[in-house]
Design a binder for this molecule. Structure first.
Ligand code: URP
Ligand code: ZN
Ligand code: ZN
Ligand code: ZN
Length: 503
């Protein structure tokens, strides 16, 4: 039956160790992890043989925008297609963003988003809430979000001038409020004032193509905002998670802040797009190809960027990988044909994120499998307080499990992906690491190359608030209390890479 599954002979990989053990699942929960000799498997249970495969916690994508309205378009991956694509790729939880319009009540926006998502989601999900404008009423509603609606993270925009951008006073007030609520602050770190000036200069000079998007917001525009956000948050002792760190310069600023503040309360995310693609695509002769890669902050034309970002992940200068999945079709991207500022921002990634991180990380020798689990699942669960319900294979955790074949390969293509969109920025990439079976809360959703999801099966998961910095405390506690269940890694080798020397 679907709700009782026994996975035998697999090699389990958690963020802190890997070991051989069998797993028994009932009613969506992991009931047993251990040697076959310690359990009598009841009759009528579905037996899955995971010999020579890894058994890993389902991926958590902490950054998606399903069916987002952006510049008159709506992202084509809705909560059904977007979560179906997620599950197909081994991601079993997404955290999407409620983005209120300017002047809109947070609670009303939240209710609207829940009504869109609940009937459609194929996997579990949670919400971050965007603080897209600032007022006393917004500040008051943030408390309701945390105390009644299961939200513990708020995203502020330092870019999108005239739309969502907050100034430094507003950012400080928002950070203070978030600190007092025991929530986590997120920032979109780009200097919107500089971008607005550069856009005007470029358009007047006749630069209207997709390359203008990156030229208007080069690395230091991102790096300045990362540095400023870290300092502003530190001034009011607020934990900060910088979303979509896209450049070497921004990554270095984040690493510097982590060193200054002793790794407490500063976290960073990079994107599948930044690891598996680069900004040379903005110079592609075909407009559609170039425009498909437009997102903010942009990909960088420096082709050494992807490996650099992977190195930051390997060395804990960055903690998580998201997708920022926000897909538009060619007809939508076409709106920016004669003006790059009109290209709707966003790329795919929710389906391919796990494969990209495996291929460019583990297969390339830069990450070990435990660190792969940490940066694709466990760290997001810890930072957003879903751990250990999510992000871990252990008794009592949700049975969100991927049977991962590290030796098989698949070729990414828009012809075979599960997205609703007509382009894939990773087209043609051959990736080692295939999610051969995916269980979402015990339900087998991917098997034998077939994806069988159930629309509306996913549940909203509350992300409760908690005192700041528990991420780090939790790390120590969990390791101290860990029962030993098999062989352990000696150490986490990062392909011999050195941690950034910031002199
Ligand atoms: O280009 C992007 N990232 N689109 C989605 C909105 C955002 O800033 O995350
Ligand atoms: Zn953003
Ligand atoms: Zn985003
Ligand atoms: Zn390891």
């Amino acid at each position: 039956s679907q709700n009782r599954v026994y996975i035998k002979n697999g090699h389990i990989v958690n963020h802190d160790k890997s070991f051989k053990a069998d797993i028994y699942i009932e009613d969506g929960i992991i009931k047993f992890v251990g040697p076959a000799t310690d359990i009598n498997v009841p009759g009528g249970v579905r037996i899955v043989d995971a010999a020579n495969k890894l058994v890993i916690p389902g991926g958590i994508d902490p950054h998606t925008h399903m069916q987002l309205k952006f510049g008159g378009c709506v992202a084509v991956d809705d909560f059904y297609h977007g979560t179906k694509a997620a599950v197909a790729g081994g991601t079993t939880t997404i955290i999407d963003f409620v983005l209120p319009e300017k002047g809109e009540s947070l609670v009303e926006a939240y209710d609207k988003w829940r009504a869109w998502a609940d009937p459609k989601v194929c996997c579990d999900y949670a919400f971050h809430v965007g603080i897209t404008w600032w007022s006393k009423s917004v500040s008051e509603e943030m408390k309701i979000m945390c105390e009644e609606l299961g939200v513990n993270s708020f995203k502020m925009f330092m870019a999108y001038k005239g739309l969502y951008q907050l100034n430094d006073s507003e950012l400080l007030e928002a950070f203070e409020r978030i600190r007092s609520l025991n929530a986590v602050a997120q920032v979109h770190a780009e200097n919107g004032d500089i971008i607005a000036k550069n856009v005007q200069k470029l358009l007047s000079a006749g630069v209207t193509g997709p390359e203008g998007h990156e030229l208007s917001r080069q690395e230091e525009v991102e790096a300045e905002a990362v540095n400023r956000a870290c300092i502003l948050a530190h001034q009011v002792d607020c934990p900060l998670y910088v979303v979509h760190v896209m450049s070497k310069s921004a990554g270095i600023e984040l690493a510097r802040a982590r060193r200054r503040y002793k790794n407490r309360g500063i976290y960073g995310e990079t994107l599948a797009a930044a690891l598996g693609s680069d900004g040379t695509n903005y110079y592609h002769q075909c407009f559609q190809h170039a425009a498909a890669h437009v997102l903010s902050p942009p990909l960088r034309p420096d082709p050494t960027t992807p490996a650099f970002m992977m190195n930051l992940l390997a060395n804990d200068d960055l903690q998580t990988t998201g997708s920022d999945n926000c897909t538009f079709n060619k007809e939508h991207k076409e709106l920016g044909k004669s003006d790059f500022t009109k290209i709707p921002n966003g790329v795919n990634g929710v389906e391919d994120r796990m494969s990209i991180v495996w291929e460019k990380g583990v297969h390339a020798g830069l990450l070990d499998p435990c660190r792969f689990v940490a940066v694709t699942s466990t760290n997001a669960a810890k930072i957003f307080n879903l751990f250990p319900q999510k992000g871990r294979i252990a008794v009592g955790s949700d049975a969100d499990i991927v049977i991962w074949n590290p030796n098989a390969t698949r070729t990414i293509s828009k012809e075979t992906h599960h997205h609703a969109c007509d382009f894939n920025i990773f087209e043609g990439m051959v990736c080692h690491g295939v999610p051969e079976m995916v269980l979402v809360r015990g339900r087998i959703c991917v098997e034998d190359g077939t994806v069988r999801v159930a629309e509306g099966y996913g549940r909203f998961v509350n992300t409760p608030t908690r005192p700041p910095y528990l991420y780090d405390v939790l790390e120590g506690k969990v390791q101290a209390n860990e029962e030993h269940n098999g062989e352990e890694h000696d150490e986490h080798l990062n392909g011999g890479l050195k941690k950034l020397d910031l002199g």
